[in-house]
Design a protein around this ligand. Structure first.
Ligand code: FIX
Ligand code: ZN
Length: 417
């Protein structure tokens, strides 16, 4: 039991517990090994992460087409030379590559890119996943599974049987953001969906969603949304949410995750790296949670300016679960600000972070960096308690940290409202 005066021992215990507690990473773009080439790993993939692509164009004057014409290895060479050798790799995305290599036991002091390549060459994906998850102390991750993705679909159709380390999440962006395209695809798969959205078209969309949730054993349905996302509104998207997503989520008792605030293709020449951010309307989240109190909503927002309002909304709606520091917020200064604010306003009822990893080894740095910040904020909060005369035990710290690093998500995911 830690008491007033034991602050330094308490701080050490918090750091150790946060470090040693395994994570459930609730949003990634990683794939289980049976998905083949969709599971990205290795130093060339790390270097060509889209976060680094936007940084390399700021440092070179290379025309976009010239970059995209390069092979993956050449792109990685260019990024290594430009962002790691010709200037120090201090941005969060650059630092992340170094942390990941270091934690895998590679000599980052050598700066020998080819020796890093050798390390990953011929890795057995299955064993490599175990090695990386062990280095990151990640227990399991949630994938992003897009039924409209032609590359991913065959794996499901060919009988993919699941992998305890990789859970599925049904991602439905095309349905809510590009319905004409989505309904055409549905027709191709035998659903009688029409672009004129009448009650039978809606029922076919529900049948499709329900079939996919079952086939994938999806933990939740998810969508990313633009800053002008509104609810309710007189739009196809709002209709599909209210009449398809909400009832199917309720039927399977799974949350609907909304990731709000991305401005897609602000600079299309950058491809995946070309998306931006803007402030969105937290009122839309509040109205959704109020109108469907028996449904569970998971929300993360991309704009820093939305974070305080979102926390306050979390205080009003038990069916709203706030998670992660998404994308442009996944930087130490902002993670610290958001984690402190969330713990102060919402206590231990959140998941402070997800990795959004697209390349396997990214889970190492994303969690290494975030764990340090989560521990720092928690240390401060427990010390504040100690200074009032409240005592804190090791098992209470373990319980709280397990919740933050995964347990809270699982509780919410399984809760019946
Ligand atoms: O929509 C999303 O899930 C985003 O996280 C991605 O689209 C984005 O490209 C990303 O990788 C951010 O970290
Ligand atoms: Zn993502």
């Amino acid at each position: 039991m830690f008491q007033r005066g034991n602050e330094s021992a308490l701080r050490a215990a918090v750091r150790r517990t946060v470090h040693e507690t395994p994570v459930t990473d609730l949003h990634t773009h990683l794939y289980a090994p049976p998905f083949g080439a969709l599971l990205l790993y290795g130093v060339d993939e790390l270097l060509t992460y889209h976060y680094l692509i936007s940084e390399v164009f700021r440092a070179t004057r290379m025309p976009y087409d010239q970059y995209w014409a390069l092979s993956k290895r050449e792109q990685a060479d260019l990024i290594w030379k430009t962002l790691f050798i010709e200037r120090s790799p201090i941005s969060e995305a650059c630092r992340g590559v170094i942390t990941s290599l270091d934690k895998l036991g590679l000599d980052v002091g050598s700066r020998n890119l080819d020796s890093y390549r050798d390390y990953f060459a011929d890795a057995d994906p299955d064993a490599h996943v175990n090695r990386v998850f062990a280095a990151a102390n990640v227990h399991d991750v949630v994938m992003t599974n897009d039924p409209f993705d032609e590359v991913e679909r065959p794996a499901w159709e060919n009988g993919y049987a699941g992998d305890k380390r990789f859970h599925a999440a049904l991602r439905i962006d095309p349905l809510l953001n590009n319905y004409v395209y989505a309904s055409e695809m549905l027709r191709g798969w035998g659903y009688n969906s029409t672009t004129h959205v009448d009650s039978s078209a809606l029922s076919e969309v529900r049948r499709f969603l329900s079939d996919r949730v079952k086939r994938m054993n999806a933990l939740y349905m998810a969508v990313s949304l633009p800053p002008d996302f509104a609810f309710p509104e007189d739009s196809l998207r709002a209709k599909l949410i209210a009449e398809c997503i909400v009832p199917v989520a309720a039927q399977h008792n799974i949350p609907f995750a909304l990731m709000i605030g991305v401005k897609r293709a602000v600079n299309p020449a950058l491809k995946l790296a070309g998306d931006g951010v803007a402030r969105a309307d937290v009122g839309a989240v509040e109205r959704l949670c109020a109108e469907f109190p028996k449904n569970k909503f998971m929300v993360t927002m991309l704009a820093r300016e939305n974070q305080h309002e979102l926390c306050v909304a979390g205080r009003k709606f038990p069916n709203l679960f706030i998670f992660g520091c998404w994308w442009f917020l996944n930087n130490p200064s902002l993670i610290e600000e958001m984690t402190r604010m969330r713990l102060e306003l919402l206590g231990l009822s959140v998941t402070p972070q997800h990795s959004d990893a697209r390349v396997l080894e990214q889970v190492i740095y994303k969690w290494e960096h975030s764990r340090a910040i989560i521990a720092k904020v928690l240390e401060e909060k427990y010390c504040d308690l100690l200074n009032t005369g409240w005592n804190v035990s090791d098992s209470e710290i373990a319980r709280d940290v397990e919740g933050l690093l995964g347990g809270n998500f699982w509780d919410f995911q399984q809760a019946v409202l």
